[in-house]
Design a protein around this ligand. Structure first.
Ligand code: ZN
Length: 412
């Protein structure tokens, strides 16, 4: 019952027959509700399927009239492995890193179904759900926190019945790992800090009457530009806060530099799907009002192409580091997803399922995964042919045409 990306448990759905709830007060009601939802992907049960956790080694369907109508066994006793299942927040970021985002594109779904070949298969037993190729504990690198959730799992009474030590998790101060990093409880409240498309003039200090004479401010701007990339974000923000001259410089000329820092980090910006959802939550301009592109430029969510390059990126850079759901939770899951995507692409190259794109290659066979570098091969076509039954099942699940039958799955 662990997510294969973050390794946290799923919380039981109220429809579970024998739920094992976290101790009272360990999670907020919003976390309890959110962490029960999952997405499975791979060949079992039907490519990309939304699920809810029902405990006792099972997941039930979401897009079906009753969760028991689709019932999936998570860990298989015979093969000693699990399905690949992730929290929705985790799966969303992995898909973003893989550039496989289109649910209506059968070829992209076929690419995603290769998770076992490139990342798995997930372990069973005491480490059930863990992908062998991911360094979970060291995801944040040498300078980041070491997040060890593996040591909190212990074997249970049978397949899929692992126990998670919630009390110890709380003692270790790891509650932040269960935060939802994209939105608050309401789908209309986004976690992203507000972005100011224009710099508030009141924040820009007036030009000093006498030029600053310290060793930094005496340097030509070209020298400062050459120096800044060597500074960490924290050092950069501290340096430009040291005097009025540098602060004015940062809030005017240097805004594109702060924007480049935000883009390089990645995690402070919404994915395409998140941005689309945010835009959908706002009232678009009426006829004759501001043009849509101009309206989007002035939205209070940062977007790397649409938001003005001279907006207040300095303020946004400072805000994201002060906002724990972003600077801790999202940064951590982002790092895990980034690592998984890197391993995925490394393995693509040697699988025979893809070939490095050469001049004159058929553009229709290029996969978005890999930044346009790979084309699908004949071996990939053979893989797709084997998924005919999975696609048929996926179609049935998505049309919600299962009111009168019960389906149960083991691992194929
Ligand atoms: Zn997760």
């Amino acid at each position: 019952m662990s997510c294969s990306l973050c390794r946290l448990p799923f919380t039981p759905s109220p429809v579970s027959i024998s739920p094992r709830w976290p101790p009272n007060g360990t999670l907020t009601p919003a976390q309890l509700d959110y962490l029960k939802f999952a997405t499975s992907f791979g060949t079992t049960p039907g490519l990309v399927v939304p699920l809810q956790f029902c405990d006792s080694n099972t997941f039930g369907g979401v897009n079906v009239p009753l969760p028991i109508i689709l019932n999936c066994q998570w860990e298989d006793e015979a093969t000693h492995r699990t399905m690949t299942v992730m929290h929705n927040r985790c799966f969303g970021l992995l898909r973003h890193h893989l550039d496989l985002l289109d649910d209506d594109d059968d070829d992209e779904i076929t690419d995603l179904a290769l998770v076992d070949e490139f990342l798995g298969p997930p372990a069973g037993g005491a480490r059930a759900g863990r992908l062998p190729s991911i360094d979970y504990e060291g995801a944040l690198g040498l300078d980041g926190d070491r997040v060890d959730l593996e040591s909190l799992w212990s074997p249970g009474s049978g397949p899929g019945m692992l126990a998670f030590d919630w009390a110890r998790w709380k003692e270790l101060g790891l509650q932040w790992t269960a935060d939802r990093s994209d939105r608050r409880a309401s789908p209309l409240l986004f976690r992203f800090p507000k972005f100011n498309p224009t710099v508030d003039p009141a924040r820009i200090p007036e030009e000093p009457f006498t030029p600053a004479t310290d060793i930094i401010c005496r340097q030509p701007y070209d020298i400062l530009y050459a120096l800044f990339p060597f500074l960490s974000d924290a050092s950069f923000v501290k340096l430009v806060s040291t005097c009025r001259t540098l602060r004015r410089f940062a809030l005017t000329t240097l805004q594109p530099h702060a924007r480049a820092r935000v883009i390089a980090l990645g995690w402070p910006l919404p994915t395409g799907a998140e941005y689309k959802a945010f835009v959908a939550s706002r009232l678009p301009p009426g006829p004759g009002a501001t043009p849509v592109r101009e309206w989007r430029r002035n939205l209070e969510m940062a977007e790397k192409e649409l938001s003005p390059h001279d907006g207040d990126w300095m303020l946004y850079l400072c805000k994201v580091y002060k906002h724990p759901p972003m600077a801790r939770t999202r940064r951590w899951i982002w790092a895990l997803a980034s690592q998984a995507a890197r391993v995925w692409r490394e393995n693509m190259e040697h699988s025979g399922l893809y070939a490095v794109k050469t001049k004159g290659a058929d553009e229709r066979r290029v996969t978005p995964c890999g930044g346009g570098r790979f084309v699908r091969t004949g071996k990939w076509d053979e893989h797709k042919k084997k998924l005919v039954a999975c696609f048929a099942l996926r179609g049935m699940l998505h049309m919600m045409v299962l009111p009168q039958c019960t389906l149960s799955f083991g691992i194929l």
